[in-house]
Write a protein that binds this ligand. Structure first.
Ligand code: UDP
Length: 382
């Protein structure tokens, strides 16, 4: 099956990392078309997945744009859509992985008569998008997509609640290769040494820096934890949230946490960094569509405390495979960190159980098999 994958971003966000795994089995015949250049292109090239940057200028549709703004940006899409339509004629399926890719993919699908699949990795609600952009995505998906794959039941429910057609949706969880998440003890020790983490109880937060990811909640929680609890923040502001980064640094200074907090920026060695932590905390204050970092922490055999919202409720069984806290509640985060630490034996048992379950439930081989079957079923190409 020849697939033209489309993604709006050149950055290494969760949607892009997931797409690389989905595209891998098709690398002999597929093309990943990007609407922006960046490190994602390098990653695909390293993995020998054909990639081309298709846009010559950034697409101006923003998450918060209004109706007129969206219409205004339509004109600048014309050359891009023409290019994608021409390329699409050499493929069996157009596979849009993000919202802007959906806009371009839907028009190209209409013009080329090539079936469109939308892999929805966002909660389409006004907590994340403007009403205009939600409506636009729903309308395009309903009218042009043969299939909408959602990365959780929460993502599917939000799509349907916003007016999306339920008959074309199928839930497929993100998949992972468990063996990618094994780390040798010597690597863990080396990282702890490099970062000066020995003798501390280390809590890790792995997410791009963005207000809705809630890094400020963990900082606030830290101020309520004993002094030997330290935190590492792994991730950068990928989509221009520089004000928030400054706010976080200010908060560290105000709370006097300079000796206990490290911001490591974007890292490609997430696995040994997770393994160097005692506990992983996830603090998103808006519904998380899936939350790759939660499953990754489980696969690294690290206990996870996560926010009880969105797709996270499908990943964590409280008391069995992790802990859930209400969104935005720093005191509860501090409380659960303390409980986990005090009951270390049962905390470790929960982490072990989570690892076993994650290997089974979120296996990349299964994910890719499900996607292949759905593509055959919904997009008859002969
Ligand atoms: N990640 C990374 N380096 C970093 C921070 C995060 O490679 O410095 C990865 C992380 O391991 C995960 C992805 O980025 O695979 C984030 O996905 P998630 O679903 O948690 O959040 P999203 O970015 O999609 O909102």
């Amino acid at each position: 099956m020849n697939i033209l994958f489309l993604d709006q971003s050149g950055q290494l966000g969760g949607a892009e990392l997931s797409l690389a795994d989905v595209a891998m089995p098709y690398r002999e015949t597929c093309l990943v078309g990007l609407l922006a250049d960046g490190p994602f292109r390098h990653l695909l090239e390293q993995q020998h997945i054909p990639v081309q940057v298709l846009a010559t200028q950034p697409i101006p549709v923003r998450k918060d744009s209004h109706f007129l703004h969206s219409l205004g940006s339509f004109g600048s899409l014309v050359p891009l859509v023409a290019r994608v339509t021409k390329i699409a004629r050499n493929y069996d399926i157009i596979y849009a992985n993000t919202q802007k890719a959906l806009v371009v993919g839907a028009i190209a699908s209409y013009l080329s008569r090539i079936p469109l699949v939308y892999h929805l990795r966002d909660i389409l609600s006004t907590e994340h998008f403007s009403p205009t952009n939600c409506r636009l995505a729903i309308t395009l998906a309903n009218h042009f997509a043969s299939l909408v794959i959602t990365n959780s039941r929460a993502t599917q429910a939000a799509f349907i609640k916003a007016g999306g057609c339920s008959e074309i949706t199928e839930v497929v969880y993100n998949g992972f290769k468990p063996e990618r998440y094994w780390t040798q003890e010597s690597n863990i020790n080396a990282i702890k040494q490099q970062l000066g983490l020995n003798g501390q109880f280390v809590v890790g937060h792995f997410s791009r820096l963005s207000p809705w990811k809630g890094q400020h909640i963990l900082l606030e929680a830290l101020a309520h934890c004993p002094h030997d609890v330290a935190a590492i923040f792994v991730g950068d502001a990928l989509f221009g949230e520089q004000d928030y980064v400054e706010q976080l640094h200010k908060q560290v200074a105000e709370l006097g946490l300079e000796q206990r907090v490290q911001f490591l920026g974007f890292r490609s060695d997430v696995v040994p960094l997770m393994a160097a932590c005692d506990l992983i905390v996830h603090t998103s204050i808006a519904p998380e569509p899936f939350g790759r970092v939660i499953v990754e922490a489980m696969l690294c055999d690290r206990p996870v405390i996560a926010t009880a919202t969105g797709g996270v409720l499908e990943l964590v069984e409280p008391g069995k495979t992790g802990w859930l806290v209400p969104p935005g509640n720093a005191l509860e985060v501090a409380n659960v960190i303390t409980i986990c630490r005090q009951n270390w034996e049962s905390t470790r048992a929960i982490a072990n159980q989570a690892q076993l379950q994650a290997c089974e439930r979120f296996n990349l081989a299964t994910t890719n098999q499900q996607i292949a079957q759905l593509l055959k079923l919904y997009c008859k190409t002969d």
